[in-house]
Design a protein around this ligand. Sequence first.
Ligand SMILES: NC(=O)c1ccc[n+]([C@@H]2O[C@H](COP(=O)([O-])OP(=O)(O)OC[C@H]3O[C@@H](n4cnc5c(N)ncnc54)[C@H](OP(=O)(O)O)[C@@H]3O)[C@@H](O)[C@H]2O)c1
Length: 359
Amino acid sequence: MSAALPGVALKRAVSRRKSIIMVIAKVWQLVRRPEGEPTVEDFLCVEEELPACSEGDVLVEAVALSIDPYMRYKARQIPLNTPMFGSQVAKVVESKNPELPVGTHLVHYEGWRTYTVLTSQHLKDKEHFGVMCLPEMGDLPKSLGIGILGMPGNTAYFGFLDICKPKAGDVVLVNGAAGAVGSAVVQIAKLKGCRVIAFAGSDEKVAWVKELGADHAFNYKTMNIGEALSKVAPKGVNIYFDNVGGKFTAQALPHMADYGVVSLCGAISTYNEEVDIGVPSLRSPFNEGTVIWKQLHIEGFLVFRWKARWMEGLKQLREWIEQGKLKYKETVFQGFEKMPSAFIGLFHGENTGKTVVVP
Ligand SMILES: NC(=O)c1ccc[n+]([C@@H]2O[C@H](COP(=O)([O-])OP(=O)(O)OC[C@H]3O[C@@H](n4cnc5c(N)ncnc54)[C@H](OP(=O)(O)O)[C@@H]3O)[C@@H](O)[C@H]2O)c1
């Protein structure tokens, strides 16, 4: 492995030596634990010479790389000087596996890298979502396989429908509502006949969320959350799909109706809060008195709980897209060198919809 400057233009270095094709991948490593908000200096772009494919292996090229909030947690967990964890849509460019011919698109979780040799072992590892074929996408962009037709889409689908069990007329609160997960939850809630109150971080995002069908949408940076909820949900919120956590949740919780349900999807507002490097803050926004008196049901989840029903979610989401009932946006960063800045941008609300890097 040799160090390379971030921002160096991607090139596929292929040289023919003794008729072996040598491929050089670019890889972003985590070289320092972020202190609070991640910085570009926490990452280093290196070149890695890949082994030749053996029987059963495939060489894949990244087509679209995913940028997700959970990566902030991974930056506490993975060993330093190893590739940043992450998923991507990739295309098979060399195959010694008859089941995955050249041109096949798949999703894998081998991290922030341009090329990858997926060995027969990777391909067998169905336990940890090692490698999955893309669902049938028709003319839709392949990048949706890491967005609305992938993990974030299923997070909205199962995390809302299975945990919240919405009924027509329920009042649903969604924050992070212009993001990958939140924008899908807003629309699924409307499809189920709910009344939706959405919060996002800019007036442009608020306008988009209203276009998606939210009955009320507010910019949480300029509007008092409690006052807004008193006004539009005087009888209380039945379902709260929480992407943000922290102070937002502390302010929203008193507005829950009795027996309300909170689907605890994420807490992005707290991900950079630490008591020490690598040790997340322990503050809880859940006032026990409120939870008990209102008899709330609060359930956290990880989307991979629904692994066995994965394709069911994607099939329904695709149908809704084709019927014009489910809209999506992507914020696309061009260039593999943008991986760290795209990631940091999540914490400043730079994205609308799913954040994708196209190398
Ligand atoms: N449980 C699971 O299995 C699972 C799976 C996927 C995602 N998640 C969680 O779901 C949430 C949304 O994920 P996503 O992929 O859809 O990301 P996303 O919403 O597309 O992107 C993150 C957004 O969070 C908002 N944000 C950032 N810092 C904030 C702060 N301090 N306060 C309020 N909002 C802030 C920003 O939007 P604004 O401009 O609106 O501030 C930003 O655009 C995250 O918490 C993530 O960890 C959970």
